[in-house]
Design a protein around this ligand. Structure first.
Ligand SMILES: [Zn+2]
Ligand SMILES: [Zn+2]
Length: 346
């Protein structure tokens, strides 16, 4: 079969991955599941992996097949698998977990002490088939197209996980600011709209993204390049500021906005990454302000997101690319030319 593999770290997205013939995966353990990939979302994290930005954080053995946002059809199962069988359509949580460590017992599957991560520490789904485990697959409701929902496996649950934490703190009438309406932001907006009664303000420098934000449930949009964002948020909230800020960009300029626009006790969720946080310690004290990190989301949260999708509350904007066009997707994302999410269809 064919797979798009990373052989060495590079900043040249035009030749980041090479499409080559590899062996088809087989179930190795009794609870393994092999999935024929119908869709695999291309993520900004894939660009970061190609650049080597994850090499200091996780153990990566190259060459490796990238792709962590996978969905498709089960083609083989280990002898003990009961959740799914051949022919079932599934979405694959990117992390394969042990189920027996303490974090797994508590449901904190992202903290599993014996995990492997498709497309980050083990082969992923930019390939015709991928091996995962029974603990990582979620059967899709009838009528849901795997290629259409694949990005929910990471972009979706990451956005959902941050929004779920924010919604816990958002009363009706409070204000939530969403920074960046791209692959994650447009999902986060729809989750916020479905799960809270807050006033939602979306920020993006691109006009098309601001239009998408309105379609996804934003009550107002601002262009941070032309608007005075802190003044606009202050005026909109009678001087209180925004209770929750969801930062899907994570650049120096966006993390710096948090303390300027947050209400007292407010939180700034760092979802996107790449930049730094540079703030005086006093800003945390004076405003009782918090930055919160976001690491994908739990298996059970992907089930909840699939329920929202099944209800029609969350709709993905996708564009499709053949496996042979992976590097084109990488380059286009790097240049900010993709609206919504690119999906590779091996
Ligand atoms: Zn991702
Ligand atoms: Zn575990």
């Amino acid at each position: 079969m064919h797979a798009a593999r990373l052989h060495e770290y590079t900043h040249e997205m035009s030749g980041g991955l090479s499409v080559e013939a590899v062996d088809r995966p087989q179930p190795e353990g009794s609870r393994d599941v092999v999935v024929e990939i119908e869709g695999a979302g291309w993520c900004q994290t894939d660009n970061h992996i190609i650049e080597g930005q994850w090499a200091d954080y996780v153990d990566q053995q190259l060459p490796m097949t990238l792709g962590h946002e996978n969905a498709g059809t089960v083609v083989a199962t280990g002898e003990e698998v009961t959740l799914v069988s051949e022919g079932d359509q599934v979405i694959c949580h990117p992390v394969q977990t042990c189920g027996t460590c303490r974090p797994c017992r508590r449901g904190e599957t992202m903290y599993c002490e014996n995990d492997s991560f498709n497309g980050l520490t083990t082969d992923g789904g930019f390939a015709e088939e991928m091996r995962t485990g029974e603990r990582s697959v979620i059967p899709l409701p009838d009528g849901v197209d795997p290629a259409e929902v694949a990005p929910h496996a990471d972009a979706g649950i990451t956005a959902y996980h941050a929004v779920k934490k924010a919604v816990d703190e958002l009363a009706p009438g409070d204000t939530a600011v969403v920074i960046g309406v791209g692959g994650l932001g447009h999902i986060g907006l729809q989750c916020l709209d479905a799960m809270s009664a807050a006033d939602i303000v979306a920020l993006d420098v691109k006009e098309a993204a601001r239009e998408l934000a309105v379609d996804c449930g934003a009550d107002a949009t601002l262009d941070p390049e032309s608007a005075d964002v802190p003044a606009e948020i202050e005026a909109r909230t009678d001087g209180h500021g925004a209770e929750q800020v969801l930062d899907f960009v994570g650049a120096d300029e966006t993390t710096a906005l948090g303390p300027e626009i947050a209400a007292l006790g407010g939180e700034h969720h760092v979802v996107g990454y790449g930049g730094h946080v540079h703030e005086p310690a006093q800003a945390f004290v004076a405003g009782e302000f918090t930055y919160r990190g976001t690491l994908v989301g739990q298996y059970s949260e992907l089930q909840e997101l699939v329920a929202l999708v099944d209800r029609g509350d969350v709709d993905l904007r996708t564009s499709r690319y053949d496996l042979g066009a992976v590097n084109e997707a990488a380059e286009r994302l790097e240049n900010g030319e993709i609206e919504g999410r690119a999906v590779i269809t091996p």
